[in-house]
Structure formats: structure tokens, C-alpha cells
Design a protein around this ligand. Structure first.
Ligand SMILES: Nc1nc2c(c(=O)[nH]1)N[C@H]1C(S)=C(S)[C@@H](COP(=O)(O)O)O[C@H]1N2
Ligand SMILES: [Mo]
Length: 332
């Protein structure tokens, strides 16, 4: 196991629960002068007229049932829906795991515009209804492995990214795909911070061949319904062999580009988060091991459900050829 930072060898494997890790990760943002949770909350309280009501009285974001074809690619036990929609990372709505589900219920997703453009012969825009109608929806049950060493098994609904890219007819100059989340300070309290941290809008990227891999998925729903806002409504990326931060939420732009695009966590801490971010138990994060993970099932936070992490999150057969000849310790 490769440990890049000696100091953190003081933590034993058992000490490194993902809760500790998540705090360390969030602290990177604090260290950079970000205001953090408290200031964030008071912002959203000011901005949100429903904050004075109890949780039960809040009008909840409405999801609706979707038609789909099941294409189950992973037989493992699914994480309960209640966990999938309440334990989230979506810093635009706050840095605590419970913040997105609490702060995003008023998020407006209709109307929506997703622009597909750049090095393409046929740029196009998908509006809200197109997201569910333009492509045949299928269900994919994928493992999601967060860089903080927790994981879930989620039944997504959506379509392969390759279908959308093919429709745009990329030019021969298209080598990478750049993704961008909605930038809307009115709706996203986390974007109002003027003190550094993540430079919004959140951006991500893939090499074109990674994007064209059949596993790369655009999700518009989960558990048979449209996506709740905390999970990235109305459309988000899912790349199950990469750490969760690659799976960018609430996308408004997909741009085919010539050069490797900047990505949010890499820009914030390049020595900790690479562009590739392939799940790799043999390459530790500088401050914690990636050799194992806590699989979130039906138990609570203290549920002992620690399992070994697999190379490419167990999808090596499907994707390892993409990285043939590359030094995965250098291109982490
Ligand atoms: N725009 C945006 N996308 C994002 C994030 C974020 O903070 N902002 N967090 C990422 C991280 S770190 C993870 S683990 C996954 C979590 O997805 P989930 O909340 O649906 O489980 O979303 C990713 N996509
Ligand atoms: Mo993550």
C-alpha cells in the first residue's frame, strides 16, 4: 500500500472511517478560507422562506415515475432508497451529508437546458422534456465509490453518454468531454461563498474514449423515478469505475473539446485528486487508504460493513483497456 504522507500513518485502518475522511476533505475547503457549514446555513435560512417551517411542512420536491427497460448490470444488494437520497455530496447545497436533501427541495429543474456543443458538427439543446424522451431509458444498477471510502449500490435510470455524443457528431478535433453544473447563486447557497474553495460552476471531464465507453451513463432518475435534486436533478453523469466526484450533477453543458479540461477537485487540490480518478485500492489518497470501503446498506453510520475496494471499482473487465500502458500511480 502506497502512503504518500507519513504523518497519516499514525491513523490505524480502523480509525479511518469515512466520517473522519469526509471531515478532512471538507477541511481542505475550510483551509482555503471557505466559510463552511454555519455561514452556509444562515445564508440559506435568509434566502428560504420555508426554513421557518418544520421539515414535515416543507413542500417537497416532486419526483414522478419513469418508463424504462431494465438492463441490470450488477446483481449486488442495493442501498435502500432512503439512504441514497439522504446521504449526499453536493457542495452547492452545503458540505454536510444531510445538507443537500435539506437545502435542495426547492430547486427548479423545469425549465432546463442542457447544451451539447463544442467540437461537433451537430450541436443541440435538450430541454426538460427531451431529457426523458430523446433517448430510450434503461435501468443500470451500479456501485458508486466515493473518494471518502464509502460506497452504495444504486439503480439509476437514464441512457448511455455515448448515444448523446454520437448524436452531436464530434469532429476529429474532439478529444475530451467537458461537463458543467448549473451556476445559480440564487438557488445554490454553496455558490454564494466569496471566500474560495470550489470555484463554481463545478466542472468535470473525461477523455473521449472514456466518455464513449458503454458504462458511462447519464442518469435522469433512480429507483424508478425522476432524480431528486440532492442526487443531481434533472440530469447527472455516472462513471462507476471512477471516484464519485467525477459523477457531476445537474449538468447544463456538455462540450466536446480539444484539450484536457479543468476539473473542480483537481483544481482545488491537484496532489489529492487526479483527472482520471479511477478507483484504485493500490494508490492511497495522500491522507487515507483506499484499500477498503464502507458499503452503505440498511445499517446505520456505525454499521460495520467494511469490504475490500476493487481496482476500477470492480469494472476492470469493461474499462481497463482504456488505460493500457499508463502508469496509474502517475495518472491517478
Ligand atoms: N455539481 C456537483 N456534482 C457532484 C458533487 C458536488 O459537490 N457538486 N459531489 C460529487 C461527489 S464527491 C459524489 S461522491 C457524488 C455523490 O452522488 P450522490 O449524492 O448521488 O450519492 O456526486 C458528485 N457530483
Ligand atoms: Mo465523493
Amino acid at each position: 500500500m502506497l502512503i504518500k504522507n507519513k504523518q497519516n500513518n499514525l491513523l490505524t485502518e480502523a480509525d479511518v472511517t469515512d466520517e473522519v475522511i469526509y471531515r478532512q476533505r471538507r477541511d481542505v475547503i475550510k483551509t482555503m478560507g471557505f466559510m463552511g457549514g454555519t455561514a452556509l446555513m444562515s445564508h440559506s435560512v435568509q434566502a428560504n422562506p420555508f426554513s421557518f417551517f418544520s421539515k414535515e411542512e416543507k413542500p417537497l420536491f416532486k419526483t414522478r415515475k419513469l418508463d424504462y427497460k431494465a438492463a441490470i448490470l450488477d446483481e449486488q444488494k442495493r442501498t435502500p432508497e432512503a439512504k441514497v437520497i439522504s446521504h449526499n455530496n453536493f457542495y452547492e447545497f452545503g458540505t454536510k451529508k444531510s445538507d443537500p436533501s435539506e437545502n435542495a427541495q426547492h430547486f427548479q429543474v423545469n425549465p432546463w437546458q442542457l447544451k451539447v456543443h463544442g467540437e461537433v458538427n451537430k450541436p443541440f439543446i435538450l430541454d426538460y422534456d427531451d431529457l426523458y424522451k430523446q433517448f430510450f431509458l434503461e435501468e443500470r444498477i451500479y456501485r458508486l465509490r466515493c473518494v471518502e471510502a464509502w460506497s452504495m449500490v444504486i439503480p439509476w435510470l437514464g441512457f448511455s453518454l455515448a448515444k448523446l455524443i454520437r448524436k452531436s457528431d464530434p469532429t476529429s478535433d474532439a478529444k475530451y468531454v467537458a461537463f458543467e453544473t448549473l451556476h445559480d447563486k440564487e438557488q445554490m447557497p454553496g455558490q454564494r461563498s466569496r471566500f474560495g474553495g470550489i470555484h463554481y460552476p463545478y466542472v468535470e471531464g473525461l477523455r473521449l474514449d472514456e466518455a464513449m465507453n458503454p458504462l458511462s451513463f447519464l442518469a435522469v432518475g433512480l429507483y424508478g423515478k425522476t432524480l431528486p435534486p440532492q442526487n443531481g436533478a434533472p440530469i447527472r453523469l455516472v462513471t462507476p469505475w471512477k471516484y464519485g466526484f467525477k459523477s457531476i450533477k445537474s449538468i447544463v453543458s456538455i462540450k466536446l473539446v480539444k484539450h484536457q479540461p479543468p476539473t473542480s477537485w483537481n483544481r482545488l487540490a491537484p496532489q489529492e485528486y487526479g483527472f482520471y480518478a479511477n478507483v484504485n485500492p493500490n494508490v492511497a489518497h495522500p491522507r487515507w487508504s483506499q484499500a477498503s470501503e464502507r458499503r452503505i446498506t440498511s445499517g446505520g453510520l456505525f454499521d460495520r460493513n467494511r469490504i475490500a475496494t476493487l481496482p476500477f471499482n470492480g469494472y476492470g473487465k469493461e474499462v481497463s483497456h482504456l488505460y493500457k500502458g499508463m502508469d496509474l500511480e502517475k495518472y491517478f
